[in-house]
Design a protein around this ligand. Sequence first.
Ligand code: GLA
Length: 357
Amino acid sequence: MTDVRSWQVPGRVNLVGEHLDYNGGPVLPMAVDKHLTIKARPRDDDQVRVWSQFGTATFTTSVQPGEVDGWAALTAGVVWASASAGPAGGVDLVIESEIPDGAGLSSSAATACGVTMALAELAGRTLTPHEVAAIARRAENDYLGVPVGVMDQLAVVHDGASLVDTRDLSVTPVEVGWGDAGLSLVVIDTNVKHSLAASEYAVRHDECVRAAGTLGLTWLAEAGPDAVLRFDDADVLKKRVRHVVTETTRVRGAVRAIAAGDWSQLGTIFTSSHASLRDDFEVSCAELDAAVEAALEGGALGARMTGGGFGGSAIALAPTAMLLGLREKVVAAFADHDWTPPTLFTVRPTAGAHRLT
Ligand code: GLA
């Protein structure tokens, strides 16, 4: 198996800036040390064979939208979207992942970006991180029909935390120093499987497009604080606009807090972001709310759901010395409700997608 090459791609958490990436706002995701590995070997024919934890699938390099569904549709979408970058031959792909599936940690973006890199490099092409992200996003938007933004793809192809301007797609690295201050970032996976395709994600996307239209804006994140006054209290769009406007301000505040090492301020921003996602954008769920509340009771400086919502994970910034107590609080809160126990683990910034061998 000498001609097998491999790539490693991280998952991501979003520190703050939720549901802003399809609204032209700033987002602050971070590549984290839960990875997936793609192994790829060229074939002499036009077959694409994929092995993953979900099973095996086979299709051809000329696969079209609608021809593959289920877990392999994403890989088929990448093969289809990659055709725009040039012809590619058949390939055997093995996807091994330690990024929990459906946890809101971007296992889809990691898969799509890793497969994009593998296909390009086997065909002798090197893509820029932005080109990888664009192809991977197109697979989700145009093959799967899920209108995701570009945050997750850009997050997993860049190192560590990044401030991403989703209007001009500039990516600025952000050093996060909370570890030196004795703090850890904890992921609380609620084990409520989130699925963007099956959630109201597309509904929120449409609501934002409609609100921007009402305001005469291309991007809703361009709206100023007065924009909410243009909507009746009874109009659900008012709440959606308020989330986008306040979340945009929170990202700016978070960048300042991180630069200043003001971790209690960053925590406060996390927690108010969660309240906005729960009450105004309405993308949280009972388990995420309970995880956030219990983490705060357990000593976190702040906590919030991360990613698309409707299940998945919360993050909490907490003193490392208090992690055991925090875990107990969160596990007890879930037990009180008879919910499936949550999974907690700490994450650190890590390298973006890269070739391993
Ligand atoms: C999902 C999508 C992203 C982004 C987030 C919400 O992770 O894939 O594009 O919209 O939800 O911030």
